[in-house]
Design a protein around this ligand. Structure first.
Ligand code: 2NL
Length: 347
């Protein structure tokens, strides 16, 4: 009948004109709400003559479903438009440069002082023809002690000094956390023919740690094997390294006779400093910096090299020690405490 058609046309107009979800809800209330136009007609059903009531009731329900369907459809369109508008408004252009940090607040990264020292000494020895070798932190005790002419009863082998792993390896060797990076040098001599010029930086471990000795620290060892290598080569190489590393071209360097089971003669090396100021250079005092020596013939033989044909020198130094000396760091512990303020200060 025409009043239903009129209501439908009116509802369609109102829905089409609803610009947002709030306006749409107002239309829903106006038509389907308690006092809505369609609800009014449904209430009026009681006054319609019985024979026409059935027909009209069905027509009114059809109209109600149609209006609800139109409402849902319009709601979906308005929700999609609202989402598109939000996505557009809230879009982030990730290609924009970051906001400039207030000076000193940027959380930029840095290179750990230990890593930086390893980079520096790798570059210095690299310029002298050395290459870097790396290898496992867990070693058979022959590589860490036996091959180095360290006798079985030597105190260094005691487990108050050395971390032992449980069990043994395939060859029946006890397993240790390496106490120096010499095992890498042994493996290199076993693995390739001379001439050899290598440095072996890396983590080393000691069981007798205390307040000023960390159980894990870093060392770098060097090894040169060739024909006719003499103590003069050792002295020249280490003097050049120390002067380059500390950036003091006339740094006083002293070689002092010493003892290691794996070198003969053995030389401990001192550099000049001023004990009162801590400044490195010609201060009149001496500071021990590293150990070295000519590779012991037994070590060469242990690695299958004939000491009458091949000679060599080797050295070893603590990386934390030379880093602390170079930068005037008073304490060892901050190296391992991951305090960003300390790291950033030195990065
Ligand atoms: C912290 N390290 C130190 O004070 C002294 O370390 C040193 C001293 C002399 C030699 C070596 N290494 C070495 C390695 C082989 Cl394969 C053969 C002979 N020697 C390490």
């Amino acid at each position: 009948t025409d009043d239903l058609a009129a209501l439908r046309a009116e509802a369609e107009m109102a829905l089409a004109g609803a610009a947002d979800l709030r306006a749409l809800d107002a239309v829903r209330v106006a038509v389907l709400g308690k006092s809505g136009s369609l609800s009014g007609l449904l209430k009026g059903l009681g006054a319609v003559p019985a024979e026409a009531r059935k027909e009209r009731g069905a027509a009114l329900n059809r109209l109600k479903n149609e209006v609800e369907a139109l409402l849902e459809a319009r709601k979906a369109v308005l929700e999609a438009e609202a989402l598109t508008a939000r996505l557009k408004a809230e879009r982030l252009d990730v290609s924009l440069p970051p906001r400039p940090f207030a000076p000193g607040t940027a959380a930029e990264g840095g290179i750990h002082p230990i890593s930086r020292t390893i980079e520096e000494l790798t570059a210095i020895f690299g310029s002298m023809g050395f290459r870097v070798v790396e290898g496992p932190d867990i070693e058979g005790d022959w590589y860490n002690f036996g091959a180095l002419n360290i006798p079985d009863h030597h105190p260094a082998r005691q487990d108050h000094d050395t971390f032992y792993m449980p069990g043994t390896d395939a060859a029946g060797q006890r397993l240790v956390l390496r106490t120096q990076t010499s095992p890498l040098q042994i493996r290199t001599m076993l693995g390739e023919p001379p001439p050899i010029r290598i440095i072996a930086p890396g983590r080393t471990y000691r069981a007798d740690h205390d307040a000023t000795h960390s159980p894990m620290f870093h060392q770098v060892e060097g090894l040169v094997i060739d024909r006719g290598i003499t103590l003069g080569h050792l002295k020249g190489c280490l003097t050049d390294f120390l002067r380059a590393f500390f950036g003091i071209s006339d740094l006083p360097v002293r070689f002092r006779s010493s003892y290691f089971p794996f070198t003969e003669p053995s030389m401990e090396v001192d550099i000049g400093w001023n004990r009162k100021t801590g400044e490195l250079g010609g201060g009149g005092d001496w500071l021990e910096i590293l150990g070295s020596g000519m590779v012991h013939p037994k070590v060469l033989a242990n690695c299958g090299l004939d000491p009458r044909e091949w000679q060599g020198f080797a050295f070893g130094m603590g990386i934390e020690r030379i880093t602390m000396l170079k930068h005037g760091m008073p304490d060892l512990r901050p190296f391992y405490e991951s305090d960003l303020r300390w790291l950033r200060h030195w990065a």
